[in-house]
Design a protein. Sequence first.
Length: 368
Amino acid sequence: MGLLDQILQQGRAGPTDNSVCGPLSLSPFVPDCPLGLVCFTAACEAHNNCYGTCGISKTACDQSFLESMLTICTVTFPPLGREGQQCHTLALLYWLAVATLGQSAYDATQEAVCPPVLGICCLPDRECVQHLELADCESQGGVFVFDETCTTFPCLSPPNDDCADAEEVCAPPQFDPDVGTCTGDPTEPCSLTDQDCSDGSACVPLFVEEFRCRVPTDNRLATTDGPPAGGACAASGENAFQADVWYTYVAACSGRLIVRMCDEPRYDAMLAVYGNDEPGTECPCPADDTLLLQCDDDFCGRGSVAAVVLDGIREGACLTIRVGGWSEAGTAVTARQDLSELDILLRCEPREASEPGPAPSEPPSASP
């Protein structure tokens, strides 16, 4: 008779008060103290509690169970003795049983202790279904949105989903002529009324301007409208750049433009800037890559964030910013992603004191 048969026979012969080990339906017939040699009650209790922890992996629980039983064997018997070897064998048998046969018990326990994930389901026809679980939503080909209601998120296309509807962002603020640096001593601030540096020599102040704004983006339920992007994004494959939304941007000065998403996205974001850099021209709505200035995927590291740095941008140039993401499964999965934010910084070329700054402008309205 094998060791496993002896254990099962022991359980059938007469269950004891110890009934912690084994699944609930068979617990009285799986001895906590197999063969009367050693008791694994504490390890079984810990394993049951582990299965009852919402979200924990089954593999982690089973591995911890084995380690607990082996520890009990080590402190109970000399490791090289016959009883110690038997104890280790029993521990491996118990671990093997839960590793291969415990999936249903794990699933049932997780279902009992984990509250259902509720939100809304946006079906393919944009119908909104409230309080539907994630699995049910995905089985119907819908997009699941956490912690929303059909009132707060009515399953409509997101703003700026189409390139032609791109909203203009970041109107240039009024230029402040009282901020700059001296050529003679860059650490000293200059102004139009103070032309002398701290060392007594005259100098011409060079004004360093920065225009910065943050733009919220939302590609949930967005479609893919632009072409597969080239440049640094080409390595992501021909189906890269999914669920894109669009913005236009007019440079308030000439200089360096930095568009970042480094700190915000919780998905594999991609970012591209299109334009011809000619002042006074309309912002391009690109149908191909001929107007692509730069595209990025993973510039900031960590495999999920993007940034674009463009030097030599000319004042008045109108650019189109494209924000999207990537998923191996395609647009439908990418469009399940989260909210994000663009951080747009325009660092102007130094401007002399006599050179006027850009005139203030009224905040633009969204394109019709």
